[in-house]
Design a protein. Structure first.
Length: 312
């Protein structure tokens, strides 16, 4: 049941304030749809003549099952959080990541988990907390999921490209993209978290596809991240093997080195290709409802795209 009460201003699900006619709806699903209708009006394009004539009649429903929306809201509430050193769950997850990667004995774990070892997997400083500013807690969880479930791929990346491909930073970039792409973050509409790249936003059908798959498995966003990161690494490997690239990490700020305009252009290009790869997965999975099917499709698309690219 939707609880209603009189109030001059309404607080949205994402924390943004907007005016209402002295009525506040407290149902999170209705608030989410209202927020999307305000910021992503193409989700609610008019379909009937009366809707086209008068915007007040336009539908504010996404036509998603309530269970899909509630699972989406649960993902946004539990995973999409700013990383906080004061949050024990966040610190515990970082501790587990350290043990997962470096496999040190517990008594050898560095104080405050600050060590130059983090640079070995693509962080830029000895304190990885600093670099979770955009990806937040979800960025940390995504790295853990990748290393745990695709450990051989992770080892291959470190062996073949750790000097030039910043694994951790690239992973956080992709997580931040997914947060923006899927409207998961509080400041998603401002798109302040990835100023370097033109980040696309999911279409209505792509958003509905994700919600349906997320209902099937909470690992959906992590698998999307994994395939996007694998795809990005493969593209980076192809580009880095071209003779035109002269790599120098000594003056680097991240992938790619900031003082090399050619590498920067190439990295931006393959990031854009990676976004398109994710969009294609969502488009192809329009009638898919199981995560296992999405994984098969993602693998097929990745193989097809790489074969086409290698023939160019």
């Amino acid at each position: 049941m939707i609880a209603m009460k009189e109030q001059r201003h309404s607080q949205s699900y994402y924390g943004e304030s907007f005016s209402t006619p002295k009525i506040q709806c407290t149902d999170p699903i209705v608030l989410l749809e209202r927020e999307l209708a305000q910021h992503v009006p193409q989700f609610f394009t008019p379909t009937s003549l009366i809707e086209k004539v008068c915007s007040c009649f336009r539908s504010r429903r996404l036509q998603l099952e309530e269970s899909h929306m509630r699972k989406y809201l649960k993902l946004a509430n539990t995973q999409v959080q700013a990383y906080s050193e004061k949050n024990q769950a966040h610190e515990r997850a970082l501790y587990k990541l350290y043990l997962l990667v470096f496999k040190d004995a517990i008594e050898r774990v560095p104080k405050n988990l600050q060590t130059h070892k983090w640079l070995e997997i693509g962080f830029l400083t000895k304190n990885p907390r600093i670099e979770f500013r955009s990806g937040g807690f979800l960025g940390l969880q995504s790295i853990r999921f990748f290393i745990k479930n695709y450990h051989e791929v992770f080892k291959q990346i470190l062996a073949n490209g750790s000097e030039y491909f910043f694994f951790a930073l690239s992973s956080i970039n992709i997580t931040t993209f997914l947060i923006n792409f899927l409207f998961l973050g509080k400041d998603i509409y401002k798109q302040q978290s990835i100023p370097t790249f033109e980040v696309p936003m999911a279409t209505k059908d792509q958003f509905k596809t994700f919600c349906r798959l997320n209902q099937d498995s909470k690992q959906t966003i992590f698998e999307l991240h994994c395939y996007a990161l694998r795809y990005l690494y493969i593209l980076w490997s192809i580009e880095s093997n071209k003779p035109k690239l002269k790599r120098d990490r000594s003056n680097s700020d991240g992938p790619p080195p900031s003082d090399n305009s050619q590498q920067s252009a190439d990295y931006n290009k393959i990031m854009k290709e990676t976004w398109q790869f994710v969009q294609k997965i969502m488009d192809t999975c329009e009638d898919v409802s199981r995560l296992e099917e999405m994984i098969k499709i993602a693998h097929q698309i990745m193989d097809q795209n790489i074969q086409i690219r290698c023939r160019k």
